[in-house]
Design a protein around this ligand. Structure first.
Ligand SMILES: [Zn+2]
Length: 234
């Protein structure tokens, strides 16, 4: 006899709730223009149209971006700062020009998901030029990472994106057990400041982070840095 399955409990229910968290976040930003943080669990950026992986079932950032388009935005940027390439998000929008996908991540030669995230993956058809990848080697300095971020933000600006969805993985933290970048706590404040300087309506959606005791500090630092710029808080 088959076991009964339920969509009201377990992983599937959590994935649905995570997707709804992303939608609530984008809806708030669309309605108010205010920045929003969606504490999505499970994360989403490895989920493609027809594939799950890396603890991801529904692509929360992609769903949020589509909601913004449906609400009238002409072009949305998804900036993925998680240590791992957002292969699912890339796949979903690879042949489209209404969502620009930019990702900074560990070199896929040595890093999950291993098969995507190379610089020559730039989109196809009308989507050509609307995917941009910055694979970076293990141990990359924060200064080098920030320089790549500035390039990505300049690209987003040139493409005239009207809203920024940040796939916020804090597994770029040096103490993260499965990653190899060098962010310290304080560097997340600088990240938030740079994202705010982009000057776009912004939705943060939680992706990865495995240094469990440090996730909260690192996420709050990003949001604090963002707020320092947008609200002039010192
Ligand atoms: Zn990750």
């Amino acid at each position: 006899m088959l076991a009964e399955t339920s969509i009201t409990e377990g992983t599937f229910a959590a994935a649905l709730a995570s997707k709804d968290t992303a939608l609530a976040a984008i809806d708030h930003t669309l309605a108010t223009g205010e920045p929003t943080f969606g504490l999505c669990r499970p994360p989403g950026h490895h989920a493609a149209v027809d594939q799950f992986g890396g603890y991801c079932f529904f692509n929360n950032a992609a769903i949020a971006a589509q909601r913004a388009l449906d609400a009238g935005k002409r072009r949305v940027a998804i900036l993925d700062v998680d240590f791992h390439h957002g292969n699912g998000t890339q796949q979903i929008f690879y042949r489209r020009d209404d969502v620009l996908f930019a990702s900074l991540h560990g070199d896929p030669d040595v890093t999950f998901p291993y098969f995507s995230g190379y610089t020559d993956e730039t989109g196809e058809g009308v989507g050509e030029g609307f995917t941009i990848n910055y694979p970076l080697p293990p141990g990359t300095s924060v200064a080098t990472w920030m320089a790549a971020l500035d390039e990505a933000l300049a690209h987003i600006h040139r493409a005239e994106c009207e809203l920024l969805v940040v796939s916020l993985g804090v597994d770029i933290f040096e103490g993260d057990p499965i990653s190899a970048f060098t962010f310290q706590h304080v560097d997340f404040i600088a990240l938030g400041q740079r994202l705010a300087a982009a000057g776009l309506p912004c939705v943060f959606l939680m992706e990865g982070g495995y240094a469990v005791e440090d996730i909260g500090v690192n996420v709050v630092n990003v949001l604090q840095g963002f707020e320092e710029v947008t609200q002039g808080v010192k």
